[in-house]
Structures are given as structure tokens and as C-alpha cells.
Write a protein that binds this ligand. Structure first.
Ligand code: HEC
Length: 254
């Protein structure tokens, strides 16, 4: 007689008395619906991944991503815009009930409830049915979420000032400016520099480095203004006006 045979020693209730070997489940009741993970399934996954990867690569090569000028932390007038997939959250912050003193509502409470509902959906709606019509809560939440996202994105695109958006980040080619020129001194002295920049790069007014305007047209604008630029800014002699206009039409000239 062997002592202890047929006896079970259990010290820790988490240790099963009868260890089962780690054998994968038998899927033989689904004939033709299974396949080996390696290499068959992984190869398919990888092929799909490669198609998307190459697709995205081709898209980025075909449509170069639009870049703006180098970010300038001193430019307080710049209005940043999120990428398209966050426009709905951005738009939410524009409504009176979700902005200003109610910022917390727009930034945390409403998005928190929406994403929290997504998180809780599997716990709230636990029925076994799979048809959308049989799961009104889950279907309702999802339709509401999709509708709200589409509506907010659309509002944001429709009411955004795209013209300002484009011009505020525009890359302005750096032009060579001859700061020794007589015309540059006049440009400075007449105050054009305040709106059009030290290197004609623009500011409150547009860049003047490459206007393509003739000296006559520039002189005319300097005296009479144009659009947003007031008239009567130039206060000097005709000779100075001529020098100024020639300088702006060809800023690099000696
Ligand atoms: C108060 C700011 C301000 C000052 C100062 C100013 N400008 Fe302007 N300028 C502007 C604005 C804004 C525009 C754009 C006008 C428009 O709406 O078309 C402009 C446009 C121009 C243009 C036309 C540019 C183009 O590509 O069509 C020229 C040329 C010009 N300014 C020359 C001058 C000169 C020369 C002076 C100095 C005498 C001067 N500006 C002073 C604000 C200013």
C-alpha cells in the first residue's frame, strides 16, 4: 500500500486539483470555417494591411499635405483649426450654452456623457438579440452620436472663415530686400513698414515682396489707398513717392 495515494492535498483553493493540459478548442463542428492562424490567417491580414499602407503612401505622394508657414508664438491673431475629425468638438465650443462661462459643459460634460454612453452601452443593453431593430437602446445611441457628429462637422465647415484661415498661414516667399536703398528709408519713414513689415513680408497688410505691380500703380495705392488700406498715408514729395514706388516694385535693386 502506498501512503497518500488517492488523497488530494489542497493548500491553495486557486490551484485546481486536476490540471488540464492546455489543448486548443476543437472547432470541428464548424467544418470549412476555420483555418490555421499561422501562416494562412496572418498572411491574409498582412496582405490587407499592405494594401492600405501602399494606398496611403500613394495618396500622400499624390496630394502633398498642405503646409502653413512656420508657427510664430508671438502671433496672437492666428486662429488654429483642428483637423477635420475633431471639427465637431471644436464646433460644440462655439455655442453659447457650451462656451465662455460654460466652457466646462462644452469641453467636459457633453463629450463626457457622449463617450461615457459609448463605454456603458454594452452594460446597459445586454439582450442577446443582434438585429439593430431589436436593440433600440444601442441603435438609438449610435444613430444619435453619428447624427450629432455629422451635423456639428457640417456646421463647422459651413460657417468657418476659410479665406482668413488660408491667408493667415500662407507661406510668403522670402524676398531679398535692399535695406540700403533710398526707397527703403522712405518706406520706413512713411510708416508703410508698420503694416507691410521690415522685409516686406506683410503683417496687418499683405506682403509686398512680389506684387507684380508697376511703380505707377504702387504710387497710386500709396496715395489713394486701396480696400482696407486707408488713403493719405504717404506724405512726402513726388520724388520720394517715385523712389518709394520703384523700391517696392523691385525691392532687391541697388
Ligand atoms: C494701416 C496699415 C497700412 C499702412 C500703414 C500701409 N498699408 Fe499698404 N496695405 C494695407 C492693406 C490692409 C492692404 C490691402 C488692401 C486691400 O484690401 O486690397 C494694403 C495694400 C497695399 C498695396 C497693394 C498690394 C497688392 O498686392 O495689391 C500696396 C502696393 C501698398 N499697400 C503700399 C503701401 C505703401 C507704399 C505704404 C506706405 C505709404 C503702405 N502701403 C502703408 C495696409 C497698410
Amino acid at each position: 500500500m502506498h501512503r497518500g495515494k488517492g488523497m488530494k492535498f489542497v493548500g491553495d483553493s486557486r490551484v485546481p486539483a486536476n490540471r488540464k493540459p492546455n489543448i486548443p478548442k476543437d472547432y470541428s463542428e464548424f467544418p470549412g470555417k476555420t483555418e490555421a492562424f499561422w501562416p494562412n490567417f496572418l498572411l491574409k491580414e498582412w496582405l490587407v494591411g499592405a494594401v492600405f499602407l501602399i494606398g496611403y503612401l500613394s495618396l500622400t505622394v499624390a496630394h502633398e499635405p498642405p503646409l502653413e508657414k512656420i508657427a510664430d508664438p508671438t502671433d496672437a491673431g492666428y486662429i488654429p483649426l483642428p483637423d477635420w475629425y475633431f471639427l465637431f468638438l471644436y464646433q460644440l465650443l462655439k455655442y453659447d450654452f457650451a462656451s465662455g462661462p460654460y466652457n466646462v459643459i462644452g469641453a467636459f460634460v457633453i463629450p463626457g456623457i457622449a463617450f461615457g454612453a459609448l463605454l456603458l452601452a454594452p452594460f446597459i443593453d445586454r439582450g442577446p438579440a443582434r438585429r439593430p431593430g431589436k436593440r433600440p437602446l444601442a441603435t438609438g445611441f449610435m444613430l444619435l452620436g453619428v447624427a450629432a457628429t455629422i451635423f456639428l462637422t457640417w456646421e463647422s465647415v459651413a460657417y468657418h472663415d476659410w479665406e482668413t484661415q488660408r491667408s493667415q498661414g500662407e507661406i510668403v516667399a522670402e524676398v531679398e530686400v535692399n535695406t540700403e536703398a533710398e526707397g527703403y528709408a522712405i518706406y520706413e519713414q512713411q510708416g508703410c513698414i508698420n503694416c507691410h513689415g521690415e522685409n516686406l513680408e506683410g503683417g496687418a497688410g499683405p506682403a509686398l515682396g512680389d506684387t507684380g505691380l508697376s511703380p505707377e500703380e504702387i504710387a497710386e495705392i500709396a496715395v489713394n489707398g486701396q480696400g482696407q488700406m486707408p488713403a493719405g498715408l504717404f506724405e512726402g514729395t513726388d520724388e520720394e513717392l517715385q523712389q518709394l514706388a520703384e523700391f517696392i516694385s523691385d525691392p532687391a535693386a541697388e
